[in-house]
Design a protein around this ligand. Sequence first.
Ligand code: HEC
Length: 196
Amino acid sequence: MLFKELEGLESIGADNALYMDDRATYQHFHLSADRQKEKTMKKKLVVLASAVLICVIQPSMAEEKIALDKGKHHHHQGMPTVDKRISLNLAPAMKQHQLANMRNHLDAVRRIIEAVSTDQFEAASQIASEDLGLTTRMEGMCNSFENESFKELALTFHKSGDELAAVLKSGNAQKSLQALNETMTFCVNCHATYRQ
Ligand code: HEC
């Protein structure tokens, strides 16, 4: 019973032995203690060997996994490394001008949503017509592009901004969302096709 309890202890001091009055038990105890030490040593060796193996194998497995992951991205997501959209070949100043306009378009969409969410259809309609509609300024901007199909798409987009303004004026939330969706489809389509 005592052995059982002692079994599993990694090192057993002589102090423990003194508690045993029976000589045989004492020897037995020492024997099993030695065997125990031997077992423990073997275990330690196995653990050490495994650790060495893991250290050697692990990095190459990690490398393989990275390579696999890279392959996955390449094949599954099909992310091209080249931008295949049509370039507008814009001059640096024009690029900045266009991007500023674009950021304003994005904010206009946000402000329209904000106004509709608080039942301010009149205000929403005004934002749509001033910031997304075909104003003289926007028409001039669109006409300055050399790419004809881009120009056409840009003009159609701004016309849809005017239609959105008209729908918003009616105060119908559902129809307004449908019109906003239509306008935003032009944003998505143009971005998918053209780049600066
Ligand atoms: C007729 C084409 C066209 C339409 C319509 C259009 N955009 Fe753009 N937009 C562009 C191009 C071209 C770029 C530059 C993209 C590039 O070079 O990667 C751009 C860039 C942007 C950017 C990036 C701005 C920055 O500072 O980097 C935002 C934001 C943006 N557009 C928002 C919108 C929103 C919102 C709409 C619709 C309400 C919209 N655009 C409609 C052509 C368009």
